[in-house]
Design a protein around this ligand. Structure first.
Ligand code: 5AD
Ligand code: SF4
Length: 447
């Protein structure tokens, strides 16, 4: 690679989950600290970071075609940007990317972002650099703190996963479960609130596996962490995602009933309603144990809204087994959900299982599942009409004087009236769609 001029502008393109969004924001700040500015809308950047996701689809091919597009654009503009590939595809296929795509100057795995500045120095000198080391904690300690925050902020409390669901690449790309220390999280939450956050979503592949020691040296879990964060002045709302049914302990369930700031919303992936499929997925729960668990959460917090993840077409899934998933959906009544066609991930046990399902069968099942999920989502939203709740104002709507915010149940609510971003206002729900609610402002924010 030829030496390049030190980049003056950057663009970070994040794909996939909220953890990638969090990482993307931290990388952007790190680059900002190096004196590199975000490229203006529509302008070519000197440094492009592709923050990739490997969880589904033909992720690597997408990265190569993105790289191809950037190189072509660079050729037309007469100047090639420096390309960095970050995220989970970088972790899984870093060496191959370096070999196949000479235009890529840097490959940086999800646990190595904090070394971006030194890699950048090397890349500017013309040395290509790859870093896909795994220990995660160092990165959090080294990443800069946010100076300004949106009303709804993310805080990564845990990374990695030891569950090894047979379809999933996360244990390979993000590594083993690592919990960030309690004191760091409390401090970061306080800083976020000082920077303008009113709501914090605790993030991790498996936040329910978070564990740490509180200020008195006692071992605590996610429930204990939430109790502490609820004491942060100025913080109005707490959420967490994603969790695993096997790690939901009594204390976490109790916290849902005790801590007002913890929003009445639970995203708890189930993946399938068939016990045979769940076993083949190595999910360590059954449909019944999942439903029983939800009952306990609902007993603690009766207005809890539920969300889940589903995979259709896991190898060997029969029509009757798929029908079990539909039955589970009917039994739960999800307020929201994410559903995917099974995608074989290289290196995972399921990828080499017999009886892979034909794409057209998966398409058809996904459509049926999504029809049920859409029906329930609309029903949930319609049931809110006539009630009122607090809405956290997040941004302006498309129309004049219109605002968009979130209800406690994570519904998008739009309304018009006097408000500011970051306000908590009382809104009556007046209309419902599948994706959002219309509301009328009852009471502006307290001054
Ligand atoms: N194919 C399809 N969906 C997957 N997910 C994870 N791995 C795969 C895969 N190989 C889904 C699961 C998980 C969500 C984040 O992505 O539903 O909960
Ligand atoms: Fe993947 Fe399963 Fe871990 Fe979730 S719990 S990240 S699906 S291995």
């Amino acid at each position: 690679m030829k030496p390049t001029n030190a980049p003056k502008t950057y663009r970070v393109k994040s794909f996939g989950c909220q953890m990638n969004v969090y990482d993307g924001e931290r990388m952007a700040e790190l680059l900002g600290e190096q004196g590199i500015a975000p490229a203006a809308e529509g302008e070519d950047a000197d440094l492009v970071v592709l923050n990739t996701c490997h969880i589904r689809e033909k992720a690597a091919e997408k990265v190569y075609s993105d790289i191809g597009r950037i190189v072509k654009r660079g050729r037309e503009a007469g100047r090639q940007p420096l390309i960095a590939v970050a995220g989970c595809v970088a972790q899984a296929e870093g060496e191959e990317i370096m070999a196949r795509a000479p235009a890529v100057g840097m490959v940086v795995g999800p646990q190595a972002y904090h070394r971006l500045p030194e890699m950048l120095d090397r890349a500017v000198k013309g040395e290509r650099a790859a870093d896909t080391d795994m220990p995660a904690i160092a990165k959090f300690a080294a990443l800069p703190r946010r100076k300004r925050s949106a009303p709804g902020a993310f805080l990564t409390i845990q990374e990695g996963c030891d569950k090894f669901c047979t379809y999933c690449v996360v244990p390979y790309t993000r590594g083993a479960e690592i919990s960030r220390p309690y004191a760091d999280l409390v401090e970061e939450a306080q800083k976020l609130v000082e920077a303008g956050a009113r709501e914090i979503t605790l993030l991790g592949q498996n936040v329910s596996a978070w564990s740490g020691e509180d200020a008195a040296g006692r071992r605590i879990g996610l429930g204990g962490l939430i109790r502490t964060l609820a004491k942060v002045d100025g913080l109005a709302r707490i959420r967490y995602t994603t969790s695993h049914p096997a790690d939901m302990d009594d204390d976490l369930i109790a916290v849902h009933g005790e801590v007002d700031k913890l929003m009445p919303y639970l995203h708890l992936p189930v993946q399938s309603g068939s016990d045979r499929v769940l076993k083949a997925m190595n999910r360590s729960h059954t449909a019944e144990s999942y439903l029983k668990l939800l009952e306990r959460f609902r007993a603690a917090r009766p207005d809890l809204a539920l969300s889940g993840d589903f995979i259709v077409g896991f190898p060997g899934e029969s029509e009757a087994e798929f029908a079990d998933t539909l039955a589970l959906v009917d039994a739960v009544g999800y307020a929201q959900a994410f559903s995917f066609k099974y995608s074989p991930r290289p290196g995972t046990p399921a990828a080499t299982m017999d009886a892979q399902i034909a794409p057209e069968v998966m398409d058809e099942r996904l459509q049926r599942l999504q029809a049920s999920l859409r029906r329930d989502q609309l029903a949930f939203n319609e049931a809110s009409i006539g009630t009122n709740c607090e809405v956290l104002v997040e941004r302006r709507g498309k129309r004049d004087g219109q605002w968009l915010g979130k209800s406690p149940w994570l519904q998008s609510v739009h309304f018009t009236g006097e408000a500011e971003i970051g306000d908590l206002v009382r809104v009556e729900m007046t209309s419902a769609g599948q994706q959002s609610m219309g509301g009328a402002l009852l009471q502006p924010a307290a001054a």
